[in-house]
Design a protein around this ligand. Structure first.
Ligand code: GLV
Length: 327
């Protein structure tokens, strides 16, 4: 009998088809994971889970007594309760590496869009407002090149953002991270800063740290007050690393100039969220890694991790090695 694999929210089609040849796969999208009977019945027998943003906590694990591995199709794994997974001896994996450049491109893209007011100007042209030859200073943007970029979270993606900023835009790079990064210092002239100094000195503040207990709500009222009034805040990490109400206040009070946001406290965002009314806020629907090429690579890597785990081999991208060591 084929092993049961529960696929959730996102696995690219060709990969899903290949998995179906090998396993008994059922795909679920945005179901109520506490109450959906079909989901819970399948979960009970599933040996593997592959997908995006399935909240895996103790309660879900108790309903999945046969589970060996959960393979995230994402680099982030804030959807997983690692202690509960360890207790129940269930492996978990993510998809680092394959999305690094794509997420860095997105972060840089929305940064430029906010600085040069691209969505606002796009609307201006499309709405027929471009009636005199030259637009006035009220629609001018601000330079990106030769400015100072503060990166919070200097992992792989932070590093790729720094690379773009240094070589493409002659920017000065400041960074704040759990540890110093001598390679980034050498290659991009990046300078390690404590958070306050980074906030005070940066023209652009870019959040790209994983969401953990330590980083939840890391940027709030006090942090926005420390930023320059001309600062543009970019969030490409997770919405919950920022206190969104404080971000809204900071924008309303003019404590910062603009924001570029790919992630939000609640996703999908509520249609009455004040951020959606602000012309100085650029939004995208959590698409950091969402290109055709990269989504496919992520699904492929996640499937490799899943298959390794289900066949008793060590998956390449275990997020918590302790589970393997205990085996
Ligand atoms: C995207 O947000 C990811 O974590 O891969």
């Amino acid at each position: 009998m084929k092993k049961k694999v529960l696929a959730y929210n996102r696995v690219e089609k060709p990969v899903l088809e290949e998995l179906k040849d090998k396993y008994d796969v059922q795909f679920f999208k945005n179901v109520d994971t506490r109450n959906d009977t079909e989901f819970l019945n399948f979960l009970h027998d599933a040996e593997g889970i592959i997908g995006l943003e399935l909240p895996v906590d103790r309660e879900l694990l108790q309903r999945a007594p046969n589970l060996k591995i959960i393979s995230n199709v994402s680099v982030g794994y804030n959807n997983l309760d690692l202690d509960a997974l360890k207790e129940m001896n269930v492996m978990a994996t993510n998809t680092p590496g394959v999305l690094t450049d794509t997420v860095a491109d997105t972060a840089f893209g929305i940064l430029i869009a906010a600085a040069r007011r691209i969505p606002e100007l796009d609307n201006y042209v499309k709405n027929g407002n471009w009636t005199s030859e030259a637009i006035g200073p009220e629609l001018f943007g601000t330079n990106v090149h030769h400015k100072t970029l503060g990166i919070i979270g200097m992992g792989r993606i932070g590093n790729a953002i720094a690379q773009r900023a240094h070589f493409g835009f002659d920017m000065e790079i400041l960074y704040h991270s759990r540890s110093s990064k001598p390679d980034a210092e050498e290659q991009f002239g990046a300078k390690y800063c404590d958070l306050d100094d980074l906030l005070k000195e940066s023209d652009f503040v870019c959040m790209i740290t994983p969401l953990t207990k330590q980083t939840e709500g890391m940027i709030g009222k006090k942090e926005f007050q420390h930023m320059k009034k001309s600062a543009i805040f970019v969030n490409s990490s997770r919405g919950k690393t920022v206190v969104e109400a404080d971000l809204i206040d900071a924008l309303e009070q003019g404590e910062i100039a603009a924001a570029a946001l790919d992630v939000f406290e609640q996703e999908p965002i509520n249609s009455d969220n004040p951020l959606l009314k602000m012309t100085n806020v650029v939004t995208t629907p959590h698409v950091g890694s969402s290109t055709v090429e990269t989504e496919l690579k992520m699904s492929e890597l996640a499937a490799d991790n899943l298959e390794a785990g289900l066949s008793g081999k060590k998956p390449a991208n275990l997020v918590d090695e302790r589970v393997w060591e205990d085996k």
